[in-house]
Each structure stands twice: as C-alpha cells, then as structure tokens.
Design a protein around this ligand. Structure first.
Ligand code: M6R
Length: 598
C-alpha cells in the first residue's frame, strides 16, 4: 500500500535517496507517486499518476536539496490522479500520509467555514489543512500536532515539512513509521527496507507519538509533548535486496523457493521430540482462535482442520476485518493465534489490540521480523520464508502451514493423542520435504497444459471437503488475484444447493481429494459436474483412474504435509494462466502487498 520516505542531511542531495526508497517500496502496490523538497527556502512538489520512474523523469536533472519527503499512494479517498497524489500542501504545511482520516468530512466542513479551500478529493489534504490551521492558531508546530492527535480519528503515519524550517516532523497512529539514524543525516520511512542502503539503525514510533528530525538530532515525544527515550534498534536481517535470479517473475521464484523456506521455518523443531517440544505448550487452552486476512486466513483454515481432527481441540477461524467488530467470547482458556506475512495488516493488528485489551493470550505466526504484530503480541513464532515480493502470497503460506502443523503435532503429543513413533514418522517426512516437493515443483508441462485449457475461461470453480475445502479457497484466491479470472471455492457437497446452475459445457472445476475417508464423496461431486459438461482437474494421492478427469498426482504423505503438496499445483497453475493472459503477475491491478488500511 502507500509508502513513505523522508530524509534530511547536512550536505548530501536527498532526492536520489527519496527516489531510491520509493523504488524499494514499489512492490507493495501503488498507483501514483510524489516528492517534495525545499531548496533555499523554496518548496518544490512533483507528483505523477503512475510509476516512480515517471516521477523521476519529472524531476529536474540538477535538482538538489537537503530536506524532502516522498510518497507512493494506493488510492483510498479520491480517484487515481495527480491532484489526489501526495504530497499535499496547504498554507505553510506539506505532508505525505499513509492511512485514512475517518472524520475527514466533518473536519473539511469546519475548515471550509474558516475559509479553507481544498483542491483534491483526498482526506490527506484535509489533514494538511487542519495542521496548518492549528499551526497558525498556536504559532507552534508542536501544539498543532498535539491538537491534531486529539482531533483526528482514523489511522495515520505522517511525514511533514514546513516551508520555513529545516526539520521533518512525523506523527503516527495505527500505521507503521520508523526514523532511521545516519551520520549527518537522518531518514524516515514507513518500512525499514526503504532506508537500509543508508542505515541499519532506527527508532520505531508507537501510536500517538510524534517526532522532530533534523540532520543531527532525532527527538520523539508523547502526545502531550513530553520527550520519550527510545531504544535504537539495529536491523538484523539481510540488507541484500531480493532479485528475481533466473526467474521471469518474483512469484515463480518464490514458488520454487518453497523446498527451502519450509524447511528453514520448521528446522528448529523437527530433529527430535525434544526439539518439537520447544514449541509453545497449548494444553491449558480449551479453544484456539485463529485471526488473519486473505491467504494467511486460509492457512488458518487448514490449521483448524488439523487442530480439531488430530488434537481434539476446538478451533475457530476469523477474518480479522470481521473479528474486530463482533462478540469474541474471550476468556483465559482461549489462545488467539494471529497469522500474518507482513505483520502490518491493519485489520489483523486491530484484532490483536482487541485481544490484548481483553487481557487474553496471543501467539503470532509472522514473517517480517520486528513488524507491528511481532512487536505487540505476547509471543511470536517467525516463519523463515524470507522477503516475499510478489503480491500473491505463496512461500509465506506454506511456511505458515508448516509451522502451524508442527505446533499442532507438538500439541497432539502433549495431549497424548499421538504416540512417539507416529510423531517421529511425520517429522521424518518434514525433514525430506525438499525431495517430496521436487516432482511437484517440476511438473511444469502439466501445469502449462492446464493453463492453456483454462486461460480464456470466465468462471472457474474449486471444490473440496474438509482440509481440501480450505485448500480450494486458497487455490481460487491465487487464480483470481493474478489472472483476473472469476474463481470461487465451494465445499464439494454444497454445489448442488445452488452453484451447480453455473456449470455449463467446458466450465473448469478443480478439486483436491487427499483424505481417503472422504475422497470418494468428492469424486462423486466431480462426476455430478462432469455430467453437466464441466472439465475437471483433480489433485490426489490416490491411485485413481478416470479418463474424464485430468489427474495431478502428489505423493502419499501424512495429513500434516498435505496442504503444502496440494497448494503448490494450484499456485503454479495460477501462475502459468496469468502468464498466458499477459497479466502483471507480481503487481496485480488494484492490489497491495501489505494492507495497512482498514
Ligand atoms: O501480510 P498478511 O499476511 O497479513 O496479508 C494478508 C493478506 O492481505 C494477504 O495474504 C493477501 O490475501 C495476499 N495477496 C494473498 O495472496
């Protein structure tokens, strides 16, 4: 989603730093970009609808400045155009903003009554106006910011410059913002990677905090203007920027990496039972709630099946956007597990805050280290998927599922449901995951053939029962988000209660049947749609022959590995289908990698 970069320096030209930071954040998804800087007391603002490279062309070749702020915008309020793009400038104030000002309409009318006129449809311009109004009223930017924090509802990470001061101000609530500390220059960013080329040291702003950044000093305040002492963090991950290597797209690279990312994630827990028992003990809980969005939520649905089937533990899965506004029936016998690749998803973070307000236990399955969810949760288990650049989540999903599977195995052992020999057998399979995945990852010709058969279709269905239904949902999401083909998942038994009316000659229907207890039922459901003209594809580990169904065979493994083996063909079929359609695979239209607004 939106990205922020800011920099202030004694000598260095900060414009290349800002552009470089924006380029690092590009993968997160945006539709317009802008940058403003001050030189000799003169403010310049450049904005474009389109890409950072277009913005770069718009900036004068000899432009030089020691202070500036920049932004990539993912439209929320107002169309995608230059006027709505950030920075916004009102009076003496210029800002870039991530988030949504929820009471912007009321504030707009109040400001208009005071004579303010606005040019854009953006809530950010109203925020700029409000800051300018308070700045004029109190003749103090500190007072203006403190008042702003009191008056504004919604989420904001704001980077602000004044026409007449060599400082950048930052304000934060419910949207990430960090301040990087350099030598003779400092940086601001919504995400650490944007400034890693320049510094590994940074401060994290918490909600309702604001800061003043000059080239030599960083001061952070609470909402009442008291100075806060903060810990200077040092980034621990790799500073190497991810590249596509031999692959045409990040998505394909990330799919192909799964043989190593899964192993890396679960490696600390699979050598022995003792290692497995390093995972948290869940035996005191009567119910597990899993809360997440999108693909992470589908990983949770796969885990629900394993929790309930193999540990006899009640598990509920919630979309974070719904969870935050419903009755959650929390008590101290409930563990809430939050799953997130980015660790910054606004709804998931808000749901976590709700659990914490209720003083209930929380556990995170998070990929990005030191992200907001990782920092705010009681306990975090990291997936080791590495940086995931493609918007469509692939290796993060399988790492989440693998980590949850080991957690559930440990729980089954502690509850004495699984004997040692059984656990050791499953752990052996996990140790062999790269060999098990090899033929699935290499089955390219079959995936390309299937893609060729489906890429011109308008509607595609995915069905399954039990665990396979959870996998069908992830399969359908992968296809729709990158190929723009309408695809829906259904519980296999549910089709004939309505949806089967949509099946016509040649409608593709995908299914997976990986649970011998119910496979025959799913296959009967496939037969029902075949009778009505559907073209069917079946992922299965069964020795099953049927000329009317295209089989995608996977190895027979324990149920704990099946989500991983089944989802990879779905990922690769989606990839090759989107490729045939000529879609922008890594950056699908309208989507953002990290959804930091509600
Ligand atoms: O960063 P998160 O895991 O919290 O993100 C959740 C979803 O936004 C994400 O999984 C989204 O659905 C992906 N684009 C799916 O491929």
């Amino acid at each position: 989603m939106c990205g922020i970069v800011g920099s202030i320096s004694t000598k260095t030209n900060i414009i290349p730093i800002l552009l470089d930071g924006l380029k690092t954040l590009e993968y997160r998804g945006y539709d317009s970009a802008g940058l403003s800087y001050i030189k000799d007391g003169n403010l310049t603002i450049n904005k474009v609808k389109g890409r950072v490279k277009d913005l770069e062309k718009n900036i004068k070749k000899d432009a030089f400045s020691n202070i500036g702020i920049a932004h990539t915008r993912w439209a929320t309020h107002g169309k995608v155009n230059e006027i709505n793009a950030h920075p916004h400038h009102v009076g003496k104030i210029t800002i870039v903003h991530n988030g949504i000002i929820e009471n912007f309409n009321k504030l707009k009318h109040k400001l208009e009554d005071k004579g303010y006129k606005f040019k854009s449809e953006s809530d950010t311009e109203i925020a700029t106006g409000l800051l300018d109004y308070y700045y004029n009223k109190y003749q103090s930017i500190d007072k203006a910011i403190q008042k702003f924090i009191k008056k504004v509802d919604g989420s904001y990470a704001i980077c602000l410059i004044l026409d007449n001061e060599d400082a950048i101000y930052v304000i934060k609530k419910d949207s990430p913002l960090i301040i990087g500390k350099g030598k003779d220059e400092n940086y601001i960013a919504s995400d650490v990677p944007a400034i890693l080329k320049y510094t590994k040291n940074y401060y994290i702003l918490e909600d309702y905090e604001y800061g003043k950044v000059t080239n030599e000093k960083i001061t952070i305040y609470d909402k009442d203007g008291n100075i806060i002492k903060k810990e200077l963090k040092e980034y621990q991950g790799s500073t190497r920027t991810s590249d596509k290597g031999i692959y045409e797209h990040y998505m394909l690279k990330e799919i192909m990496e799964q043989n190593t990312t899964i192993r890396k994630t679960i490696d600390p827990y699979i050598s022995s039972i003792n290692d497995l028992l390093k995972l948290p003990d869940l035996t005191k809980y009567e119910r597990i709630d899993i809360i997440a969005c999108g693909t992470a939520m589908y990983a949770g649905l796969a885990a629900k099946y394993l929790f309930e089937e193999y540990t006899n533990t009640k598990c509920e899965v919630f979309l974070a956007s719904e969870y935050r506004y419903q009755n959650n029936f929390l008590n101290d016998k409930v563990l809430s597990i939050f799953i997130s690749q980015s660790g910054e998803t606004a709804d998931t973070l808000a749901a976590l805050k709700k659990v914490k307000e209720n003083k209930c236990d929380s556990l995170g399955i998070v990929n990005v280290k030191e992200s907001s969810i990782a920092r705010n949760i009681d306990k975090v288990l990291y997936t080791e998927a590495g940086t995931e650049i493609a918007v469509a989540s692939t290796k993060a999903y399988t790492a989440q599922v693998a980590l949850l599977s080991t957690l559930i195995l440990a729980h089954a052992y502690r509850k004495q449901i699984f004997k040692e020999e059984k656990i050791i057998k499953i752990l052996e399979e996990f140790k062999n995951i790269d060999q098990i995945l090899k033929p699935i990852l290499e089955n390219t010709d079959l995936y390309k053939k299937i893609a060729d058969e489906i890429y011109e279709k308008n509607d595609i269905f995915y069905i399954g029962r039990g665990l396979d239904y959870a996998l069908a949902m992830e399969g359908a999401l992968k296809l729709k988000e990158i190929s723009y083909i309408h695809s829906e998942a259904y519980a296999a038994g549910e089709l004939k209660h309505g949806t089967i009316s949509l099946i016509t000659q040649g409608t593709p229907v995908f299914a997976s049947a990986t649970n011998k207890k119910i496979n025959s039922k799913t296959i009967s459901n496939l037969k029902e749609v075949i009778s009505r003209g559907a073209k069917c594809y079946l992922i299965t580990d069964e020795d099953f022959k049927d000329n009317s169904i295209q089989l995608i065979k996977i190895k027979k493994v324990s149920m704990f590995l099946k989500p991983i083996l089944t989802v990879i063909p779905y990922q690769l079929i989606a990839y090759y289908t989107a490729k045939l359609k000529g879609c922008d695979i890594d950056k699908p239209r309208n989507l953002a990698k990290s959804v930091t607004v509600e």
